[in-house]
Design a protein around this ligand. Structure first.
Ligand SMILES: CC(C)(COP(=O)(O)OP(=O)(O)OC[C@H]1O[C@@H](n2cnc3c(N)ncnc32)[C@H](O)[C@@H]1OP(=O)(O)O)[C@@H](O)C(=O)NCCC(=O)NCCS
Length: 150
């Protein structure tokens, strides 16, 4: 079922949002993307960056790499003070609402094996564990591969 938390608003990110996105990125990740890497994403026509605002504040974002028949989630983050209130699920609902249901067959992602809360979040949404990429991250941590069939 598609749900939408109250007082939330979704939109495409612009370069003006870079500072806010970078601040959240630095706050929630042990190995955050640099501002330059985030900026480069804006130049890539295959990457989409959607924001969720909650009570008029940017509360999180979702970066996706869009191929013809599948979407790769590059990163998703919600500010610590707004987590576990349905906003992350809201960003995934927003993604599903905007994708081309005639073409896109699946949504894929990699997540650190140590990130058990994110793995639980994705599995609650319906993602299935389909494999492991060994030493995927720069600190040689393995990644779980998850997939949601559309
Ligand atoms: C992972 C993340 C995006 C989830 O967003 P969120 O807004 O907190 O999640 P929601 O409130 O929408 O929760 C949806 C479901 O996930 C579960 N969930 C969310 N956070 C959880 C946690 N810390 N531990 C266990 N389960 C969790 C909720 O229990 C909920 O399940 P329900 O259907 O039983 O109610 C957010 O916690 C976050 O930004 N984490 C840090 C960044 C990160 O690790 N990103 C993922 C990188 S791959």
């Amino acid at each position: 079922m598609i749900t939408k938390p109250i007082n939330t608003f979704f939109r495409e990110a612009t370069k003006k949002d870079l500072e806010a996105i970078s601040a959240i990125e630095n706050c929630v990740f042990s190995a955050p993307w640099s501002q330059q890497k985030l900026l480069d994403s804006f130049q890539n026509p295959s990457i989409s960056m959607r924001l969720i605002s909650y009570d008029d504040q940017i509360a999180g974002y979702l970066l996706t790499l869009n191929s013809i028949d599948f979407i790769d989630i590059l990163t998703i983050a919600i500010t610590p003070q707004s987590q576990q209130q349905g906003l992350g699920r809201g960003l995934l609902d927003d993604l599903l609402q905007h994708l081309d249901q005639d073409k896109v067959r699946s949504i894929m992602l990699e997540v650190r094996v140590s990130n058990v809360s994110a793995i639980h979040f994705y599995q609650r949404y319906g993602f299935e564990l389909i494999g492991t990429r060994e030493k995927y991250y720069s600190n040689l941590e393995d990644a779980k591969i998850l997939r949601l069939l559309i």
